[in-house]
Design a protein around this ligand. Structure first.
Ligand code: MN
Length: 247
């Protein structure tokens, strides 16, 4: 296990205990991390780019090193920077401090810059954790417990995968595919741009348990226009342990 991943797991474990660390300087702003999968978002008064819990080349050959590096250090970083900038420079009517994701997501439609960048930060922070280093190829299945949960709502694991893939391919333009838990039931859906199922009025709502980024920036260098191949490869790098922990 790399130092990065160990450190990341340690932090996640500490945070998942429920007390929230993320105090923002000055305003006593507290980040409600436990509702969002125990992620650390805030450090020293600003949202920060979380370190990847694995090396950039750890998902090869399914996602290449260059794509991961650009995706994390350029795209995700830009969402973090622009989110901080938006919060610094503007007053948002209806948005109360503390600036938790819960609060930010409550007012998504009035403030597209805030919505896009907060969503971009949350979505990518979640997505990185859905991926597991050292690809396991076809043998990468969920635990029997998780398989049973999936079978209950989709009939079979294969039917679940098929619906997820179909949703990924039918997203026109940029967006995300989600597996969500809503009132104890699993559902699959897609959101456009950097929207997510925690925002109001989405076509899919609930607590995300698995996400796939289907923006071209997530796959274009390796797969070009072949999104279907990228989605097929995704099954080899899903971190099913992380997925199961979201229940
Ligand atoms: Mn992305």
């Amino acid at each position: 296990m790399s130092d990065n991943r160990r450190d990341f797991l340690k932090k996640s474990a500490l945070l998942s205990l429920g007390t929230l660390a993320g105090k923002l300087v000055g305003n006593e702003q507290v980040n409600k991390l436990e509702e969002f999968g125990a992620m650390e978002f805030i450090d020293g008064g600003k949202f920060t780019l979380p370190a990847l819990p694995y090396a950039y080349d750890a998902l090869e050959p399914f996602i290449d090193k260059q794509t991961m590096e650009i995706h994390h250090t350029k795209h995700h970083q830009a969402y973090v920077d622009n989110l901080n900038k938006a919060l610094e420079n503007n007053k948002f009517e209806g948005l109360d401090a503390p600036f938790t994701f819960e609060n930010i997501f409550k007012v998504p439609h009035k403030f597209p810059v805030l919505r896009n960048n907060a969503g971009g930060h949350w979505n990518h922070s979640f997505f990185w954790q859905c991926l597991s280093p050292n690809p396991k190829s076809e043998a990468n299945f969920p635990s029997p417990t998780l398989i049973r949960i999936i079978e209950k709502d989709f009939g079979s694991f294969e039917a679940f995968k098929e619906q997820f893939e179909k949703t990924a391919l039918s997203r026109f333009g940029s967006g995300w595919v989600w597996l969500c838990l809503n009132n104890g039931k699993l559902g699959i859906g897609s959101t456009a741009n950097q929207d997510n199922p925690l925002m109001p009025n989405m076509e899919v709502i609930g607590k995300p348990v698995l996400a796939l980024d289907v923006w071209e920036h997530a796959y274009y260098l390796k797969y070009q226009n072949k999104r279907a191949d990228y989605v097929k490869g995704f099954w080899s790098i899903v971190d099913w342990n992380f997925v199961q922990k979201q229940f």
